[in-house]
Design a protein around this ligand. Structure first.
Ligand code: DGP
Length: 110
């Protein structure tokens, strides 16, 4: 989608600090990090949020998350968050998982 920020990052039309790329997903540094490690993992195929993610996209994206965590050396302890809908804090309407690590993470997250 031409007007989607994360589609443009996936396509390489907007700069981002890419950490990992698979056939299904792209991981890049969040521009407003909330933890020492904070990357976004997004599907290559546009879907607006978790709620409309097709199962065949989910499988590849899970692998992308797992590989990204291993590459960053944080696979022993990280938090994975998907904000679904504006009421839950979603501000970019291309599905993304926040992968955060590198500091103690409180629970509940608030
Ligand atoms: P959410 O609020 O869950 O939709 O998270 C959106 C995240 O996207 C937020 O943490 C900031 C990040 N973000 C927004 N615009 C950009 C951008 O242009 N580049 C990068 N790298 N991150 C962005």
């Amino acid at each position: 989608m031409d007007d989607c920020l994360f589609c443009r990052i996936v396509a390489g039309d907007l700069p981002a600090s890419i950490v990992h790329r698979t056939e299904s997903g792209v991981a890049f540094a969040d521009r407003s990090p909330q933890a020492p490690t904070h990357v976004l993992v997004v599907p290559v195929t546009h879907c607006s949020g978790f709620q409309d993610m097709p199962p065949e996209v989910a499988a590849g994206l899970v692998t992308t998350v797992q590989e990204t965590a291993r590459l960053l050396g944080v696979d022993h302890a990280y938090r994975l968050v998907a904000n679904q809908g504006a009421g839950a804090g979603q501000s970019v309407f291309h599905l993304h998982f926040h992968l955060m690590a590198g500091r103690p993470l409180q629970w509940p997250p608030g």
